[in-house]
Design a protein around this ligand. Structure first.
Ligand code: 3HC
Length: 314
């Protein structure tokens, strides 16, 4: 069937809100956009394990350690899930890992900030997972089937991540003045990077317009950001913590908050690799991959032996 006809069938499916499946014909640029976004999403999950992993041995109680361990393990699972979704589009796991390790592929800017205190673990759960949920709930309706389905399970686990983070912040904010100060300091340092992790403004974003047309994105970066602010500010009020934005103000007419402009120069600098922890994160990932080579080799040798056994019928 000629390409024009195939394009018409694809467009009709998108128009109708049907999902595109791996075996369906799709425009090359649609495939490329999804490989880029899903693989970078997967990288973000895996790199995102590092800042939190940094506090597993220093969690203030066994209970906190167990919860944090569970969350970090979840993130690893999300990464594997998303790498598998990206593989359905014809890119191999090795290629994606090479792209990450060579610095060619991006991962979320937010994970290039340091976790300086235990309160940061609360702020990450509350704000970073909270922002991720806004974005990922929207992606449950993305037009690419395997990605949308991966989001359903990931979103269920994200809500646990956000709740445990908010609970940490609640205990600190309602604790001693020093504990409340720790929580406020974490909010001060993670508020703006959490807004920026949702991507550049719609004006600045080169991909959003086309991604909305293809229903890869069902909301724009700014729409997701607005939802995140509107949802999170009342939560900060309950904690008695102050959002570090002098322009934050309720706007009755739009039934939402007006808020200040993020430091987009900082954002693009971090994305370019000049954030506080970019180098450390990447070298940790490369080192972990090298240290794990023997596991991959052993698994491959075992699989080869088993398939040989199968072929010889024994
Ligand atoms: N960090 C690094 N790069 C970013 C970024 C961020 N926070 N936001 C945008 N960028 C990059 C984009 O990748 C794009 O670069 P590229 O074309 O070279 O890939 C460029 O900046 C322009 O941005 P656009 O908004 O035009 O790009 P997108 O249309 O891809 O939108 C996005 C960006 C909203 C992040 C979208 O890619 C997306 O929804 N991704 C899936 C969700 C995701 O990756 N979340 C990351 C966090 S995962 C997480 O938080 C795990 C949780 O468990 C804690």
């Amino acid at each position: 069937m000629e390409t024009i006809k195939l394009q018409e069938i694809f467009d009709a499916k998108i128009e109708k809100g049907d999902t595109i499946e791996p075996k369906d014909w799709m425009p090359e640029n649609y495939r490329k956009t999804l490989i880029r976004q899903i693989s970078q999403h997967a990288h973000s999950e895996i790199v995102g394990m590092l800042p939190e992993g940094n506090w597993i041995t220093r969690a203030p109680s066994l209970r906190r350690k167990m919860v944090l361990l569970a969350k970090v393990q979840d993130e690893g699972g999300h990464g594997l899930y998303l790498y598998s979704a990206a593989e359905t589009m014809g890119i191999s796991r090795d290629e994606m890992i090479d792209q990450l390790h060579s610095g060619k592929a991006k991962y979320s800017s937010i994970f290039n900030y340091p976790t300086l205190s235990w309160a940061d673990i609360g702020a990450i759960g509350w704000l970073v997972d909270g922002a991720a949920i806004m974005n990922q709930v929207m992606l449950q309706r993305t037009s690419y089937g395997p990605y949308a389905r991966a989001m359903v399970r990931i979103c269920k686990e994200e809500s646990f991540h956000q709740r445990q983070g908010y609970e940490i912040m609640t205990v600190l904010a309602k604790g001693t003045p020093e504990q409340k100060e720790l929580a406020q300091d974490a909010l001060n340092r993670f508020w703006w990077p959490s807004l920026m992790m949702l991507g550049p403004t719609d004006k600045e974003s080169p991909n959003t317009e086309q991604s909305v047309k293809w229903k890869i994105k069902r909301e724009t970066n700014d729409e997701v950001r607005q939802k995140f602010v509107d949802r999170t500010v009342p939560q900060a009020d309950i904690l008695g913590l102050k959002i570090p934005d002098k322009d934050l103000k309720w706007n009755e007419a739009k039934n939402g908050y007006d808020f200040g402009e993020a430091n987009w120069e900082e954002f693009f600098n971090v994305v370019k690799g000049n954030g506080p922890c970019n180098k450390e994160r990447l070298s940790a990932r490369v080192k972990a991959h090298e240290n794990g080579a023997w596991v991959r080799e052993a698994a491959a040798a075992y699989a080869a032996r088993e398939s040989k056994r199968g072929n010889n019928g024994n």
